[in-house]
Design a protein around this ligand. Structure first.
Ligand SMILES: [Zn+2]
Ligand SMILES: [Zn+2]
Length: 339
């Protein structure tokens, strides 16, 4: 197995002990799960992807919390599994961990069906993505390749029942939940005293990935920036621990950097549209903005650009210029111009 960052212990001002456990969710892609003691029953936050060796890493990490940090417990003592959001690198191992522990599972209501009716979500989400890629003007050959890549990691997951609902304003054993839609519809962050589990809402290096709401309701840049503004108002966060990357010791300035990054991307998209000879598709904007992307990253770029185009369109800064075609044909590419 690949060598991963060490397990780290964090102590919250409530006295809870929080262990950060790395897993290799996908090749070369590390995700963090958190094991929490002294905030009610022993609680695991997120479960890795369930893909490849992810489950083995997680189990080994949990055992190391016992062996190396002297926490007197066994895997079977974990009574709660909280899922921060319905992305596979965070919940893919949930059925395995439920099997190992018999724990109750919690998630935000909007992402609940990702866990309880996984097959339905995959089929519907795949269709919505296909429609989006057509509308973005992606050529059929690339579209087929991207859809295949999208589907590959999603075959191994089984649905599980959900017992606990994570909602803003409904605390649980000292944990406060904040619904922060944007990166994912049911994204939840968890505040435990002065420690903030920021999941994929705030990350230390990467600006969390955005996709347009036209693919999935309750995502989109508008929701994301509102959620970011909401988190900025939470006082007293000493350290934010994300679902990936490093601990963030100044979350408030990191939030400002993320805002600035999106403002730059919005400007960049506007510049690309202005510079084009004719009204332009999201696919062409994406190529201009991210010319070097390969493989799965092309899909990520198409979603990221689409989220910014959607935001500009919602705010009346750009317009659809090929209305005749849109009216006449099934699902043609939309072509944008600056308003
Ligand atoms: Zn995510
Ligand atoms: Zn993630």
């Amino acid at each position: 197995m690949t060598s991963l960052p060490p397990i780290e212990q964090f102590r919250s001002s409530t006295g809870a002990r929080i262990y950060r456990i790395p897993v290799e969710a996908f090749p070369q892609f590390i995700a963090y799960c958190y094991l929490i003691f002294d905030a009610g029953p022993i609680t695991l936050v997120d479960t890795g992807s369930g893909y490849g060796n992810s489950n083995e890493y997680l189990l080994a990490g949990i055992r190391a919390v016992h062996d190396d940090f002297g926490e007197p417990f066994q895997v079977g003592d974990i009574q709660r599994i909280l899922i921060t959001h319905g992305h596979i690198d965070h919940f893919g191992g949930v059925d395995f961990m439920v099997e190992q522990t018999g724990a109750q599972v919690g998630i935000h209501p909007i992402d609940r069906r990702v866990l309880t009716a996984y097959e339905e979500r995959v089929i519907v989400a795949t269709k919505d993505l296909r429609v989006y890629l057509e509308r973005a003007g992606v050529k059929p050959e690339l579209r087929g390749a991207l859809m295949e890549m999208y589907g590959f990691s999603k075959k191994h997951v089984r649905s599980v029942p959900v017992d606990i609902t994570l909602k803003t304003g409904t605390p649980l054993d000292g944990m406060r939940f904040f619904h922060t839609p944007g990166h994912c519809p049911g994204q939840v962050c968890i505040l435990l005293g002065d420690v903030f589990l920021s999941a994929d809402h705030v990350l230390s290096r990467t600006t969390p990935h955005q996709a347009p709401e036209s693919i999935t309701h309750y995502t989109g840049l508008g929701h994301y920036m509102e959620s970011l503004a909401q988190v900025r108002l939470i006082g007293g966060v000493r350290v934010a621990l994300g679902g990936h990357e490093d601990p963030i010791y100044d979350m408030y300035s990191r939030i400002e950097e993320i805002f600035a990054s999106h403002r730059r991307k919005l400007e960049r998209v506007l510049d690309i549209i202005r510079a084009a000879d004719a009204p332009i598709t999201i696919s062409d904007m994406s190529k201009a903005m991210y010319p070097d992307k390969q493989g799965y990253e092309i899909l990520m770029a198409l979603e990221e650009v689409g989220a910014h185009v959607e935001y500009l369109y919602e705010h009346g800064e750009i317009a659809v210029r090929n209305l005749d075609e849109v009216e006449r044909e099934d699902n043609p590419a939309l072509r944008y111009g600056v308003e």
